[in-house]
Design a protein around this ligand. Structure first.
Ligand code: FAD
Length: 463
């Protein structure tokens, strides 16, 4: 359903700039270098221009302008996922949504409507004021829209599924310049595609999704010196297998740099870690983590915390960094796969990674959601993600080489599919979505964006 008229195409960047409430920044403008930055500083984005819309009408005007100017549109929420698209964007307008920050909570209806520039901390904190929780991921400053379009793997996922499956409606400007409000009954095929199919189908201006009643969780991290990696990860693997859907756990190797951002007891040290996120009460949580706690962690922060504090437990960087890495899904985690992981990334491996994490999937994440979108579940038991900080080309090369080594080491347990949000390289659509969903996504793309105007970081090309 069209809810705004198609914007008339302006003739040049200065007409576009005059026509919108937001800004257009061109090479040579004083703001150029700041405007073209992504959150992930490892990518050097060089677009034809940067547009900073403030309203959905602005977005429609930019899309119409791009179409008539023969440019493509690269939409960006924060740039957390920018590496996969790369910086060579000379044929594209970089459409940065960061000024569109509206958050509305409907406490009675248990939904949130957020605009395209909203980051997870903003909505998680607003929802928590009403005793409600979001399906946010590990990082407070990841963009809500980009995360949700790619699936959305949350600490609440084993209970409530992927974030994409909690979406109620989406407001989106399609390649014809129309602003549409789509849901299960209106443009149902497009609504299916954007829930897991990524950013290929239009510029999302706002998204509405379900919230869940939850005020507190029993969560935190336990850390041991990395020399105990093999012992701890083997124990963690056996323990994780018996956990209920209300518990999500992560096994992790951390090599923390000696920088002020890292808290004093951790600074410059390396650890093996177990993270626990339990949605029930403290007594049950304490009983569940007891076998891991008995291993005598050097640091143990697992405690009852407000649900909005969940986003800090994983210690993701809360400001831009040059991160390089990649993810993979693992069909199962046998004892030999733990040995392979420790050999490739544990003590003495020469690993350049800041973090190698193995997140538990299963529960509702593994079950196709009723009425769900293109990706409504992940058919694997664990998700691995490895990342390093690349301050120089030499570090970047070392990290890339070690990503390959790690993937080769774990290849015997790798799933045929992979997870869009954790994929940092160019991955074939059949592996991201499965052949059937990929085929259907390409048909939807052909119907709504036949000229391939929208340039996602993981593109679906028109059929
Ligand atoms: C530190 C860190 C922690 C993370 N933790 C998690 C996690 O716990 N769970 C998880 O699932 N993922 C996680 N991710 C991955 C993250 O969800 C993806 O990188 C996601 O794409 C980021 O969205 P963004 O808008 O912030 O990034 P961007 O790079 O701005 O966007 C990524 C892509 O999303 C699309 N997109 C974004 N906004 C729009 C829009 N308004 N309209 C249309 N398309 C749009 C575009 O195709 C764009 O290329 C993490 C990433 C990082 C770096």
């Amino acid at each position: 359903m069209a809810i705004s008229p198609r914007a008339a195409a302006p003739l040049g960047p200065s007409e576009l700039r005059a026509r919108i409430t937001g800004d257009v920044v061109l090479a040579g403008d004083p703001e150029w270098d700041a405007a073209r930055l992504a959150w992930n500083l490892a990518v050097d984005q060089r677009p034809a221009m940067v547009a900073l819309p403030e309203t959905s009408d602005d977005v429609a005007a930019v899309v119409a302008y791009a179409a008539q100017a023969g440019l493509r549109v690269a939409v960006q929420g924060t740039g957390h996922g920018a590496v996969a698209r790369g910086g060579e964007l000379s044929d594209s307008i970089l459409l940065k949504m960061e000024r569109m920050r509206g958050v509305q909570i409907d406490a009675a209806g248990r939904t949130a409507r957020v605009e395209a520039g909203v980051i997870w901390s903003e909505v998680a904190e607003a929802a928590a004021e009403h005793g409600l929780a979001t399906l946010a991921g590990s990082s407070p400053d990841v963009g809500v829209v980009g995360y949700t379009l790619g699936g959305g793997l949350s600490w609440l996922g084993r209970r409530h599924g992927l974030a994409a499956s909690s979406v109620v409606s989406v407001e989106i400007v399609t390649a014809d310049g129309e602003l549409r409000r789509i849901d299960a009954d209106t443009d149902a095929d497009l609504f299916w595609a954007v829930r897991g199919g990524g950013g290929s189908f239009g510029a999302v201006t706002a998204i509405e999704f379900a919230l869940f009643p939850l005020a507190e969780v029993y969560a935190g991290v336990m850390l041991w010196p990395i020399e105990r990696a093999s012992e701890i990860l083997h124990a963690w693997r056996e323990w994780a297998a018996d956990m209920p859907d209300d518990m999500t756990t992560v096994g992790r190797l951390l090599q923390l740099p000696p920088i002020p951002d890292v808290p004093e007891p951790l600074r410059g040290r390396s650890f093996v870690a177990v993270e626990a996120f339990y949605l029930g009460d403290e007594a049950e949580g304490t009983a569940l983590v007891a076998p891991i706690r008995a291993l005598g962690a050097e640091i143990d922060t697992v405690a009852t915390i407000p649900v909005a504090a969940l986003q800090h437990v994983h210690m993701d960087p809360e400001h831009p960094v040059p991160g390089l890495g990649d993810g993979m899904l693992l069909d199962d985690l046998s004892a030999t796969s733990i040995d392979a992981l420790v050999a490739a990334a544990g003590p003495g491996s020469g690993s350049p990674f800041l973090s190698v994490e193995v997140r538990q999937l299963g529960g509702a994440i593994a079950r196709p959601a009723a009425g769900g979108g293109a990706v409504s579940h992940l058919d694997a038991d664990f998700a691995l993600y490895a990342v390093g900080i690349a301050m120089s080309p030499e570090q970047a090369a070392a990290i890339s080489a070690h990503v390959s080594l790690l993937h080769e080491a774990l290849a015997p347990w790798a799933s045929e599919t992979t997870y869009l949000n954790f994929a940092e390289t160019d991955i074939a659509g059949d592996r991201l979505f499965g052949p059937y969903a990929h085929h259907r996504l390409r048909a939807v793309k052909a119907a709504y964006d036949p000229a391939d105007l929208f340039r996602s970081n993981h593109p679906v090309v028109p059929a």
